[in-house]
Write a protein that binds this ligand. Structure first.
Ligand code: M6R
Length: 614
């Protein structure tokens, strides 16, 4: 949830840390801080500010900041509050009582209250409401001259999830990082080491990274680092080359990351498809699944677990796998999956879908399924992320970094992967070669269809302008359009703060229709897909209750002027792929409404990009 970054080297650390925090700000942005070691063995220098990184940068520039600008070792943090409001005293880094140790933490220390009372009894004074502060005091309490040993002893005391970076003025130039459930990535550079909660803060410095495993302890100096598996001994972890261009995490002239990422979708889908379609055989090749034909044939049920937008992609995937591969699919919100003691049978394959690959509930569901003996697959975007690694096999999206808190291109690429998966599995079952060939060709045409939706962005903005004042609205769809209705409503509420509900078009009359009147618009997803005639009838029901109807239809298919007040047209598209262009239209609608309302689109209140707490 939070972003953490550390640097040790020969150059001034503060600028590098602040630049890193800016790259990580999408992970949490309610307060930020840095700690620097002046190298004189005295107290560490700490500066923290509530609000955006910009406030911290401004404070750093003030002559009275008293921060050692030439310090070459430090740690930084951007916070998404869990324990205690976003104030200066709750912002990280937290220092130990003697000021000689500082930590930044991502995750939750579950037994912090108990540790706090033990430390208070020993005379430690707490200055924040956070669960994290105990970490700094525990390290001080355990310290007998060996920093690594003190960190290791601190780990004996804490329960929960953590990615922690620790700094001590008693060990100049040394940073210690540990992880359990919260990612830590190490960037390997010449004569300096960068450590961060994700690669965004590292690319631009190096493309060579190492991902720590749970229970790893990393000790880094400018020249060197070593990793120890806690309680086990020294280990080496593989080096991964990250192929993201440094510019990929810039806005590239767009006002918001979200808009940039909406516009990137045709190219992102091309990257997802690249090298994976086999037109001659009417199938796909998903090498990362590492399954031969026999293993694929043995799967007799899918279980999909995911959260938010990834969950809605999973709902589309269920329709694909059932229709094209004749396989029963159970899709669950990941938190529910774990809590419900799910049934995993011998040939159940568990699919964990996650853009970030770090979502705590999805990870927990994956682990539960693995524990019960399921074959596990990950569909992730972030290479080397925890879910990707723990699933062991799966399919990467190759969508490039998604920075906007509102997920956009990940959805399109997840659905694209799920379509390829269904074709692959279907071809081993009852999907004929010709039907497979047709679908493969249709997938290859998908990026162009998406380009045409994006070309209509200005038209969608003009429609959006008529809906900026609404307080509440419904999104309706059925079949392939039901997940789109859910996703459209999620996009609108998270970035515009307008209450929006996604509903199955048939369900409206079972209750929510009571809420309709002229102030509650309905977005009706009615492009040419099976069941559209019934959705048209539902639109009439809404109009009869005076609700303004904004219809999303296939170009040239307005079904009569009395059906709707406004129209968004999407290009003709094979029914099974329609969720993608229709969702892109809904992303643009939400984006333009939020933009016209002046909302902070890339940093919506209370949200964080990656939800690494359960
Ligand atoms: O990284 P993940 O795909 O696992 O994230 C899941 C959700 O947290 C995410 O999709 C969230 O709902 C987005 N803010 C939606 O735009």
């Amino acid at each position: 949830m939070c972003g953490i970054v550390g640097f040790t080297g020969q150059r001034a650390a503060s600028g590098i840390l602040l630049a890193g925090l800016r790259k990580l700000e999408y992970r949490g942005y309610d307060s930020a801080g840095i700690a620097l070691d002046a190298g004189n063995g005295g107290s560490l220098s700490v500066l923290r500010r509530p609000g955006q990184i910009a406030f911290l940068e401004d404070a750093m520039d003030l002559p009275d900041s008293n921060m050692p600008q030439s310090a070459t070792c430090g740690i930084g943090h951007t916070r998404w509050a869990t324990h205690g409001p976003p104030t200066e005293q709750n912002a990280h880094p937290h220092t130990s009582q003697n000021g000689l140790f500082a930590i930044v933490h991502n995750g939750i220390i579950e037994n912090y209250a108990q540790i706090r009372s033990i430390l208070s009894a020993k005379g430690y004074v707490f200055r924040s409401d956070t669960d994290s502060e105990v970490i700094a005091h525990l390290i001080e309490d355990a310290y007998k001259g060996d920093f690594e040993e003190a960190v290791s002893m601190m780990l004996e005391q804490v329960q929960g999830t953590y990615g922690i970076l620790a700094l001590s003025s008693l060990h100049p130039g040394t940073l210690i990082a540990v992880r359990k459930g919260s990612p830590i990535t190490v960037g390997i550079c010449r004569n300096e080491t960068l450590i961060a909660s994700d690669v965004s803060a590292i690319i631009g410095h190096t493309d060579q990274v190492i991902f720590l495993d749970d229970d790893d302890i990393l000790v880094a100096t400018p020249e060197d680092f070593h990793i120890t598996a806690w309680k086990t001994g020294p280990v080496s972890r593989p080096t991964t080359t990250v192929d993201w261009e440094p510019g990929a995490i810039e806005k590239g002239g767009h006002p918001h990351f979200m808009l940039k990422e909406i516009y990137e979708q045709p190219e992102a889908i091309e990257n997802t498809l690249r090298g994976r379609l086999i037109e001659a055989d009417g199938t796909s090749k998903l090498a990362g699944m590492q399954m031969d034909a026999r293993e694929l044939a043995n799967i007799d049920r899918f279980c999909i677990a995911a959260c938010g937008t990834s969950y809605y992609a999973g709902l589309v995937g269920k329709l694909y796998l059932e229709a094209f591969a004749d396989l029963p699919v159970d899709v669950q919100q990941a938190a529910e999956f774990r809590d419900r003691n799910p049934i995993i049978q011998r040939n159940t394959c568990m699919l964990a879908i996650s853009q970030s690959g770090e979502t705590a509930d999805t990870l927990a569901a994956l682990r539960e399924a693995a524990r019960k003996g399921a074959t596990t697959l990950g569909i992730c975007n972030v290479v080397g992320s925890t879910i990707a690694r723990e699933a062991g096999r799966g399919v990467y999206l190759h969508a490039g970094p998604e920075i906007g808190v509102a997920s956009t291109k990940a959805f399109s690429c997840q659905v694209t992967v799920l379509a390829m998966l269904a074709i692959l599995l279907g071809r081993g079952r009852r999907l004929g070669r010709e039907a497979g060939q047709t679908m493969v060709k249709q997938l290859a045409d998908l990026p162009d269809i998406c380009r045409r939706v994006i070309d209509a962005s200005d038209t969608i903005r003009r429609v959006a302008a008529r809906y900026t004042e609404m307080h509440s609205c419904f999104y309706l769809g059925r079949g392939y359009m039901f997940p789109v209705a859910l996703e459209g409503a999620l996009k609108l509420k998270e970035i515009s703060y307008i209450h929006a509900e996604g509903y199955h078009a048939a369900e409206l009359k079972h209750g929510p229709i009571a809420l309709l009147d002229k102030s509650v618009p309905v977005v009706a997803l009615a492009p040419d897909t099976p069941g559209v005639e019934k959705t048209l009838a539902n639109m009439q029901e809404c109009r009869a209750r005076s609700a303004p109807v904004l219809a999303v239809v296939t170009a040239g298919r307005r079904h009569g002027a009395d059906c709707a007040d406004d129209w968004i047209e999407i290009p003709p598209c094979p029914a099974f792929l329609t969720p993608i262009p229709a969702t892109i239209a809904m992303q643009l609608l939400a984006y333009h409404i939020a933009d016209l309302r002046g909302c902070p689109i890339d940093k919506p209140r209370n949200l964080a990009k990656s939800v690494t707490v359960e």
